[in-house]
Write a protein that binds this ligand. Structure first.
Ligand SMILES: Nc1ncnc2c1ncn2[C@@H]1O[C@H](COP(=O)(O)OP(=O)(O)OP(=O)(O)O)[C@@H](O)[C@H]1O
Length: 261
């Protein structure tokens, strides 16, 4: 089995704050892994360590067998990262944004041209190639950001709340694209606040106060807790960890951070 992501007792402290606390998990290649948890639970800090942007305080992590500290450059080439803020240049056209990201990865002109065509097709943006990015809707921008993150053909896509604030139709189209990419062998790590998206994931990890409190397939987690939905599973975790009763979705929202679908 090829392993896409491995963490062993991965820990990050900021002064007295333990942001990520002894987190260990293994994600096989070609899977969609959903990292879930309330605001401030340690998701972004974990992602930053996996990308080699932040040094672990202790423990270790590997991406496709490459240690994120010892092989940072190789790891960065294996990863395509899409942040919540999309990191696009609003005053450039669709095509110019892709050109920009292609140059960052030093793609030769001919290769960049063919990759660009593939990505425009994948994102459904071929007709909009000359459109100014500022004039695109949220859903188009999201697909362009995904395309930009894929210009160097990464083996692992890391998507930090990629669908936050995007309309439901665009969310669905986006997930169709993710599933297709996954079917071609690309591995995906995604953070989301949407429970319906969590259920699409092959493997889910739930992080709370920096600790990984559960890890497994949605079906495994539901069976283990005797619940019919992941939403109920997470309500159970939150209640168990905080000792507080979660009455409804609005209540869960306080802990999970977004609006459960
Ligand atoms: N550079 C930093 N210095 C000090 N504390 C930090 C730093 N970065 C993160 N933290 C703290 O570490 C904890 C985990 O933060 P992190 O951003 O990883 O959470 P998160 O799960 O990604 O939350 P969100 O969903 O809001 O993005 C929080 O308490 C946060 O305040």
């Amino acid at each position: 089995m090829t392993v896409a992501i491995l963490t062993e007792n991965l820990t990050k402290t900021f002064g007295p704050k333990v942001a990520v606390d002894n987190v260990s998990f293994t994600v096989p290649a070609g899977k969609i892994f959903g990292l879930l948890g309330p605001n401030g639970s340690g998701k972004s800090t974990t992602i930053r360590m996996l990308c080699g942007a932040l040094l672990p305080t202790s423990g270790r992590a590997e991406i496709f067998g490459m240690d994120v500290v010892k092989k940072t450059r190789e790891v960065r080439n294996l990863i395509g990262y899409m942040s919540q803020r999309f990191s696009l240049y609003e005053d450039l056209t669709v095509e110019e944004n892709l050109d920009f990201f292609g140059r960052i990865y030093n793609l030769p002109a001919k290769l960049l041209k063919s990759r660009k065509e593939e990505i425009l097709l994948m994102a459904g943006l071929t007709e909009n190639r000359k459109t100014l990015t500022a004039h695109l809707s949220g859903g188009w921008k999201q697909r362009l950001a995904l395309g930009a993150a894929m210009i160097h053909r990464p083996k692992l896509l890391i998507l930090d709340e990629p669908t936050a604030g995007v309309d439901p139709v665009s969310r669905r189209i986006f997930w169709e694209i993710i599933k297709k990419l996954c079917a071609t062998g690309i591995s995906v790590l995604v953070t989301t606040h949407y429970m319906d998206e969590a259920e699409i994931c092959d493997i889910v990890g739930f992080i709370f106060n920096g600790k990984l409190v559960s890890f497994g397939t949605p079906a495994e987690l539901m069976a283990k807790e005797g619940k019919d939905s992941l939403e109920d599973v997470f309500i159970e975790y939150v209640e168990r960890t905080t000792g507080k009763k979660v009455y409804d979705f609005k209540d869960l929202e306080k802990f999970i951070g977004g609006k459960p679908a």
